[in-house]
Design a protein around this ligand. Structure first.
Ligand code: GDP
Ligand code: ADP
Length: 216
């Protein structure tokens, strides 16, 4: 649970920003979905966009939908950690909701590439935990992209062409996990998350607790 106050039996902690990146097809969406389904202390980051809402999309769940004037105002007011224009529409990661969530002890999951990772890290270094997921081999990466059945042969070829360039950014991450087998990879990501949650600097309730201990 996300703690609203410190009046419960666990020490209050500050949330963290968990970034999962990988070359396309290595399995970051699979790991992210499992984490979101099994861990109620973490929620996905919701971006702001000027793109029109698609049928079935939900405001505040898929995106926050705004018009261009409002998006420009948010850029001017420095309300984004990062933003970009993709296919003619603007997309940005808003600070406000994320800050509130971190303060309340909730974690936020980002499924973003190395460029977005660099930008987030520059803005929020102390809160960011960067995890890079590697495929066990390029042959297996190709098998996964093909097996997913979502992309044409051309798109798969383009993703394979980009894979080595993406892999070359592995050293910009705090942790690297090889996704050989899903359950094993998922467990490793969970262990990383568990350890990062225990970091002294994130346990904001510790000072009072230790003072109490010292007073006897
Ligand atoms: N930089 C950045 N890119 C984003 C953000 N949110 C979404 N995108 C990217 O915008 C692109 C288009 O997203 P979307 O309109 O949902 O279409 P789809 O994901 O291609 O179906 C994708 O490549 C997303 O990764 C964001 O907050 N910041
Ligand atoms: N460890 C694994 N072993 C075999 N297949 C996997 C593994 N992890 C993911 N997959 C499959 O590979 C495909 C690509 O995974 P996905 O999570 O969509 O990758 P990404 O989000 O990195 O593009 C999907 O069909 C997924 O079910």
């Amino acid at each position: 649970m996300v703690h609203e106050s410190q009046d419960d039996d666990t020490l209050h902690r500050r949330g963290l920003m968990l970034i999962l990146s990988s070359p396309s097809g290595a399995g970051k969406t699979t790991i992210a979905r499992k984490l979101l389904a099994e861990d109620d202390e973490i929620a996905a980051s919701v971006s702001v966009t000027t793109r029109p809402m698609r049928p079935g999309e939900v405001e505040g769940k898929d995106y926050y939908f705004v018009d261009k004037a409002e998006f420009d105002r948010m850029v001017e007011a420095n309300e984004f950690y990062e933003w970009a224009v993709v296919f003619g529409n603007c997309y940005g990661t808003p600070k406000a909701h994320i800050r509130d969530r971190l303060k309340a002890g909730g974690d936020v999951l980002f499924d973003i590439d190395w460029q977005g990772t660099q930008q987030l890290y520059q803005k929020a270094q102390a809160d960011v935990v960067r995890v890079f997921i590697l495929p066990p081999s390029l042959d297996e990466l190709r098998r996964r992209l093909t097996g997913r059945g979502t992309d044409s042969a051309e798109v798969i070829a383009a993703r394979m062409d980009r894979a080595q360039a993406e892999i070359s950014h592995w050293d910009g991450y705090d942790y690297v996990v090889i996704n050989d087998e899903v359950e094993g990879c998922f467990e490793k990501v969970r262990e990383i998350l568990a350890a990062e949650r225990m970091k002294r600097t994130r346990q904001t309730g510790l000072i009072d607790f230790v003072r109490g201990l010292m007073r006897g």
